[in-house]
Design a protein around this ligand. Structure first.
Ligand code: UDX
Length: 437
C-alpha cells in the first residue's frame, strides 16, 4: 500500500498552511480547514494569508494536481481522513501559561463528529502532558473507535517555514509504539532522504519543543549580553562569534547580537515553560532569566537612543518586524523600544519597514509616522536606527542620508551596515557590540 495518506489540517497559520501544503507536495491528499471564511475564500483564489517564501507557488502546484483543497468545516472531511493535524494557535495567557482553548475546541469538535479510527497529530505548541490528556479525553469519549494522539512539534522559522519543513535537522514524533510504523508513512519523503526521524513518547516530544525554543532564545540572550560586555571593553564582536561558534559544541548559528528576540514563539514558550516548572515545583532559574535578560536588552538600547537624542529630534526607525523576511511584528523589539521612547518624550519617530508597516500601524497607530522608503523616513532626522536585518538596509548610502538628515548619527542594532563609509562621511556611529569611537 502506498504511504500516501488523507490528511485534514486544522488551522491555516504559518504552521498549519505550510504543513498542509508540504504534506500535499510529498504526495498526501490534504484538506486545510480554517473557520475564517475570508482566509479560506482567499486561499481558494490563490491569495495567501501569510508571507512565506515559496508558499504561493507550492499551494498552486498542489491545488492544480488535486492534492490540496480548502474548507471552513471539518465535518465533511474528518471521516474520510487517515489523520487530522491540529495546528491552531496557543497564545499566551495573563499568567504566562499557554491558552489551549482553540486546541480543545478542535478536539471537542472532532470527538462530536468522528465515526472512524483516526490519528490525531498535534503540531500546536502545547505544554508537556497535554497530548496525554487529549489521548485520555478521546479514550473516554469515543470508545468504539481507536483514536491515537501523536505529538509532532514543528521547528519552523517564520519566513523560512517551507525550507524548515522540507529540510529539517530532524522530525520529532511522540506516539505510542504501535503507531510508529503508521507515522513513518507521513514522513516517508524525509525518511527516503535520510532525514532523522526521532521517535519518542508524547510528553517527551512536547518537552523537546519547549526545550528547543527556550535554548535558542537563551543562546540569543547570551550573545546579546556578551555584545554588551564587548561594547564596554572594546573587544571584536565578530572575533568573539567566530571564536566561540567554531566550537562544535556551541555552533555558529544564533550568535548574531541584536535588539533582543521577538516573535510569536520564543517569549511565549519560555513563559509557558517557567509557568509549568512553577506548577511542578521544578527549578527554572536559567530559563526564567532568559525573558528578563531580553527585556533588559530592549531597555538598554532605548536608553542608548535617549542618550543620543533630544526631545525635539526626529528619529528615523528602520525595521518594525521582529526579524527580516516577515510582516510579523508580534513581540517585536522595535515596537517595545519605540514604546519606551514615546513615554520618554521622543515623539517624532519616523518609521519604515519593507513589509511590516501595516502590522505596526495596528499597534502604534498615529503615535509615530509611517513612510514608504528609507530616505523619506530619514528626512530631517537626527538619528537613523537600523533595527531589523532587511537586505535593503544593508546598502544604505551615507551620501544620500547626509543630504537629508538634520544631523548625522546612525545606530546599527544588527551589525549589517558598512560603518567605515559612514565614519568617512562624518557620521556619529554606534554599533551593537562595538565600543563607541
Ligand atoms: C523560532 C524558532 O527558530 C523556530 O524553530 C520555532 O518553531 C518558532 O520560533 P521564529 O520565531 O520564526 O522561529 O524566528 P527565528 O528566526 O528563530 O528568530 C527569533 C528571534 O530571534 C527574532 O527576533 C530574531 O531577530 C532573533 N535572532 C535570531 C537574533 O537576534 N539573533 C540570531 O542569531 C537569531
Amino acid at each position: 500500500m502506498s504511504s500516501a495518506r488523507k490528511v485534514v489540517v486544522i488551522g491555516t497559520g504559518y504552521v498549519g498552511l505550510v504543513s498542509g501544503v508540504c504534506f500535499s507536495d510529498m504526495g498526501h491528499q490534504v484538506t486545510c480547514i480554517d473557520t475564517n471564511q475570508e482566509k479560506i475564500d482567499g486561499l481558494k483564489e490563490g491569495k495567501m494569508p501569510i508571507f512565506e517564501r515559496g508558499l504561493e507557488d507550492l499551494v498552486s502546484k498542489s491545488v492544480n494536481v488535486g492534492r490540496l483543497e480548502f474548507d471552513i468545516d471539518m465535518r465533511d472531511h474528518i471521516n474520510k481522513a487517515d489523520a487530522v493535524v491540529i495546528a491552531v494557535g496557543t497564545p499566551i495567557k495573563e499568567d504566562g501559561s499557554a491558552n489551549l482553548d482553540f486546541v480543545y475546541r478542535v478536539v471537542d469538535e472532532i470527538i462530536q463528529n468522528l465515526s472512524k479510527d483516526i490519528t490525531i497529530i498535534i503540531k500546536s505548541t502545547i505544554p508537556p502532558g497535554t497530548c496525554d490528556f487529549i489521548q485520555k479525553k478521546f479514550d473516554e469519549s469515543i470508545s468504539q473507535y481507536k483514536s491515537s494522539v501523536v505529538s509532532n512539534p514543528e521547528f519552523l522559522r517564520e519566513g523560512e517555514a517551507i525550507e524548515d519543513f522540507m529540510n529539517p535537522d530532524r522530525v520529532v514524533i511522540g506516539c505510542d509504539s504501535d503507531k510508529k510504523e503508521e507515522m513513518k508513512n507521513f514522513y516517508q519523503d524525509h525518511i527516503s532522504r535520510n532525514i532523522s526521524v526521532i521517535f519518542t513518547n508524547r510528553i517527551t516530544a512536547e518537552l523537546i519543543k519547549y526545550s528547543s525554543n527556550s535554548f535558542l532564545a537563551m543562546k540569543i540572550a547570551f550573545i546579546n549580553e556578551i555584545a554588551s560586555i564587548s561594547e564596554k571593553i572594546g573587544a571584536d564582536m565578530d572575533g568573539v562569534r567566530l571564536g566561540i561558534g567554531s566550537d562544535s559544541r556551541i555552533g555558529k548559528k544564533f550568535l548574531n547580537p541584536g535588539p533582543g528576540f521577538g516573535g510569536s514563539c520564543f517569549p511565549k514558550d519560555i513563559e509557558a515553560l517557567v509557568e509549568l516548572s512553577d506548577k511542578i515545583n521544578a527549578d527554572s532559574k536559567v530559563i526564567r532569566s532568559v525573558n528578563n535578560s531580553n527585556k533588559d536588552r530592549i531597555q538598554e538600547i532605548a536608553n542608548n537612543i535617549l542618550a543620543m537624542t533630544e526631545p525635539k529630534d526626529n528619529i528615523c526607525f528602520l525595521g518594525m518586524t521582529y526579524k527580516a523576511n516577515t510582516d510579523d511584528v508580534r513581540t517585536s523589539p522595535s515596537i517595545d523600544i519605540i514604546r519606551i521612547l514615546l513615554v520618554n518624550n521622543r515623539t517624532n519617530i519616523k518609521c519604515y519597514d519593507p513589509m511590516g508597516i501595516e502590522s505596526a500601524r495596528k499597534i502604534l497607530s498615529d503615535k509615530v509616522t509611517y513612510h514608504n522608503n528609507i530616505y523619506d523616513a530619514a528626512e530631517d532626522a537626527s538619528l537613523v536606527v537600523i533595527a531589523t536585518e532587511w537586505d535593503e538596509f544593508k546598502d544604505i548610502q551615507p551620501e544620500k542620508l547626509s543630504n537629508l538628515m538634520k544631523s548625522k548619527s546612525i545606530y546599527d542594532l544588527r551589525r549589517i551596515v558598512n560603518m567605515k563609509q559612514f565614519i568617512e562621511a562624518d557620521f556619529k556611529t554606534k554599533v551593537i557590540g562595538l565600543q563607541d569611537a
